[in-house]
Design a binder for this molecule. Sequence first.
Ligand code: ZN
Length: 168
Amino acid sequence: MALRTIREEGDSILLKKSRPVTDFNKRLHTLLDDMRETLLQADGVGLAAPQVGVLRRVVIVMDTNREELTPEEQIIELINPEIVSADGEQTGQEGCLSVPGVYGIVTRPEHVVVRAQDRFGNSFEVEGTGLTARCFCHETDHLDGHLFTEKAERILTPEELDELNSQE
Ligand code: ZN
């Protein structure tokens, strides 16, 4: 496994649409393993392949609702993910490893169901609520070249960020 460099806002790759995965091969597994390591090292909750410079429909999301699991075990791998249903609404702060130090207020569904394939090409469905639902939406947006800053109602001010940091 190897750490990959996380691309940051201003890099045009983040604005491009990713292509579906058709070969569930060693190359895909290496990408997933590297993404897992990169996400854990960056202490994030989700990562999409374009964020590491690969325009393929691959994301990983941490199911932080499952507190009984280790961070490594919380990671859900989603190949060719599609949000097949969404309901409810949540409005809250959101950030992105590709937009460091910036947080915005974004409204997302409270609950989503995602259909995807695993690393071997098997189809499955997974659902998420709260932060996990937010993360599924945020990461699948990356695959279509969208960043959360486009959807944010507003960006937090430096004072609000200070307050946020002091709470942690
Ligand atoms: Zn992001």
